[in-house]
Structures are given as structure tokens and as C-alpha cells.
Design a protein around this ligand. Structure first.
Ligand SMILES: [Zn+2]
Length: 337
């Protein structure tokens, strides 16, 4: 009994921390809207949608999805230029050792340039303010993925997801001949239904959209991007604008432009953000419009990008693209060495 009374007193004096919605209603939404170091879609889709428990987890690519990602990438390039040239000039028997040295140099440069930057610090600060956990994964020495989530159980799910990715890459690597390896390895995990279903669930995609995506990815002749873009084009031809709410986060392809399950998520998010601060709602509306445009343009972008990657991989020269792509730098290097 005495213990219960003590607990009661403890709870009286230690109020539960305010929830994210209350904080946003007060002054946090203005602070976030004014934050210059986070991109708009990152603020809404990666931070707020997870903090408000609309999606279990989000993912952003570092440094590509930083507002100054291109500049940070250039600085890494400068620090590693000599080592890269050495790899490009080397004879086949020396290449392996030089590539390992280059990888080490890129990792050090990334640490120095990206992980000490004000932009990275701002991202970490916002994770703390919104009570989010982070999980960092190196995809390549120059590219990291930062996962954001609230529930601590997600971490073990992410770990098992990474194990599936590594195993799939290894399986694809062993199956392929060396000429195709460099380009196909960048997309290897897309051949694993287990990986695609798990990542779709973690990122909060509706199961109907995930199912269609997996079916098309595993069918050699089908293109998710072409189908999704064609659907938007057809809707417009039919005199109907696509339902923007169905495009509730970037890099997501709804099974149909009017998918009710996807649309429900977008509408729920828009209504909630608008009720917390109409400016947040407005910003999310613009993000969703951009998402539709990205899906519409996607086949062109993907085709151009894949062609570029293949060409560069064959020539073993580095990619100069400034677009926000996962594989833009050092794409030509065979990192298996
Ligand atoms: Zn769907």
C-alpha cells in the first residue's frame, strides 16, 4: 500500500512528456517549417509522419537527401580524387588493393565531411526533439541510409532486413558473370520478394501496392515505373486528375492512381497536419503534388539513369551526375574487391 502511494506521488510530480501533436500545436511546427537544414519532403514524410505514428519507419539517403548533399559530395570527391585516379590508372593486378584503399579513404572523408556537418547535426537534433530513434546503414562507402522510427522493436526488424539484403546481393553476385555484376548488384535486393515485402511493410506502404510492386519487379518483362507513369498519364487523358493523396510519400508507387488504401493514408496525414498547423498541411500538399510528378516522369529518369550507370560501369569512370540518386558517385567501381 505504502509503495502504491509512493508511486502515486512520483507520477504526480513527474508528468508524462507532452506528445508530439501537442508540441507541434504549440511552437514546434513553426520551428520545423523555419528549419533551413532539412528538405521539405524529409520534414514531413520522414520525420513528422513517423513521429505522428502514421508510418512505422522512414528512410532517407545520406548525403543525397541533404539540402547541401551535392556540395558535401563534391568535398568528399576532392578528398578522394588522388586515390580514385590511382584506381583508374592501375593495372588489373594492382586494382584490388587500390580499391580497398579508396574505400577506406571515402569512409574517412564521409565521416569528416558529412557526419560532422551542421546539416547532419540538425537531422539528429530533430530526431531527439521528436523522440525518434535512428539506424544508420552503409550502402556503399559514399552512401548511407538513415532509418527513423519510434518503436524500439523496429531496430531488430531493420537488422534482419539488412541480413536479407546482404544475402540477396551475395546470391546475385555468385550467380552473375563479372560483366553484368557491377550494374546489376546496385539493384540486387529488388529480386528478393522477402526483402521487398518487409521493406514495404516497414515504410508503411499498403499491402495491395506492395503486392503489385513485388509481382512486377519479379516479372522480367514488367516495369513498375512505366506502369505507374502510364496510369497517371491515362488518368489525365481521361480528364481525371490522379488522386494526389494516393502518392503519400516519395518513391512510392500506388497499385492504382485511385488506390483507396494509399489515398486514406495521404488524406489522414493531410487532415492531421492541417489541424496542427495549416502551413504544415499546405507543405504536405505540395510534397504530394511533387510525388505525382516524380512518378509521372520516373520511367524517363530511370531509363536515363540505368543507361548512364551501365555505360559508366563499363568504362570504369566515375559518374558526374548531380541528381539525387542512390548510386551516383563511384558507381563504376567494383566494390566487391
Ligand atoms: Zn494499393
Amino acid at each position: 500500500m505504502k509503495q502504491i502511494r509512493q508511486w502515486g506521488r512520483f507520477l504526480l510530480f513527474h508528468k508524462r512528456p507532452k506528445n508530439v501533436a501537442s508540441l507541434l500545436r504549440e511552437s514546434l511546427s513553426k520551428e520545423m517549417l523555419d528549419e533551413p537544414l532539412l528538405l521539405d519532403h524529409v520534414k514531413i514524410e520522414d520525420y513528422l509522419m513517423v513521429a505522428l505514428e502514421i508510418r512505422p519507419c522512414s528512410l532517407l539517403t545520406i548525403p543525397a537527401e541533404f539540402h547541401n548533399g551535392t556540395e558535401l559530395g563534391r568535398r568528399i570527391d576532392e578528398l578522394c580524387a588522388e586515390d580514385l585516379q590511382a584506381v583508374l590508372r592501375a593495372t588489373t593486378d594492382k586494382k584490388g588493393a587500390l580499391i580497398r584503399r579508396l574505400k577506406k579513404k571515402i569512409r574517412e572523408a564521409l565521416k569528416r565531411v558529412v557526419f560532422t556537418s551542421a546539416t547532419y547535426e540538425a537531422h539528429m537534433n530533430w530526431s531527439r526533439k521528436l523522440d525518434l530513434r535512428t539506424f544508420d546503414v552503409e550502402v556503399r562507402p559514399s552512401i548511407h541510409e538513415l532509418y527513423l522510427f519510434k518503436d524500439s522493436k523496429i531496430k531488430s526488424e531493420l537488422r534482419s532486413l539488412m541480413r536479407i539484403r546482404t544475402a540477396t546481393r551475395e546470391r546475385v553476385r555468385l550467380r552473375m558473370d563479372a560483366s553484368k555484376r557491377r550494374t546489376r548488384l546496385a539493384f540486387a535486393e529488388e529480386s528478393s520478394p522477402e526483402y521487398l515485402v518487409s521493406v514495404g511493410k516497414l515504410l508503411g506502404y499498403p499491402s495491395c501496392c506492395v503486392e503489385r510492386y513485388v509481382h512486377e519487379r519479379l516479372n522480367e518483362g514488367a516495369s513498375v515505373e512505366a506502369r505507374a507513369s502510364g496510369q497517371v498519364e491515362q488518368s489525365r487523358k481521361d480528364g481525371e486528375e490522379p488522386d494526389v493523396y494516393a502518392y503519400f510519400v516519395r518513391n512510392f508507387f500506388p497499385c492504382r492512381p485511385t488506390c483507396e488504401n494509399a489515398s486514406e493514408i495521404g488524406r489522414k496525414t493531410f487532415d492531421l497536419l492541417s489541424s496542427l498547423d495549416p502551413k504544415l498541411g499546405g507543405l504536405y500538399g505540395r510534397c504530394m503534388t511533387n510525388n505525382v510528378e516524380m512518378v509521372e516522369e520516373c520511367p524517363g529518369l530511370t531509363k536515363r539513369y540505368r543507361a548512364k550507370l551501365t555505360k559508366k560501369a563499363q568504362r570504369l569512370t566515375r559518374t558526374q551526375s548531380d541528381d539525387q540518386n542512390n548510386f551516383k558517385r563511384y558507381a563504376s567501381i567494383n566494390w566487391d574487391c
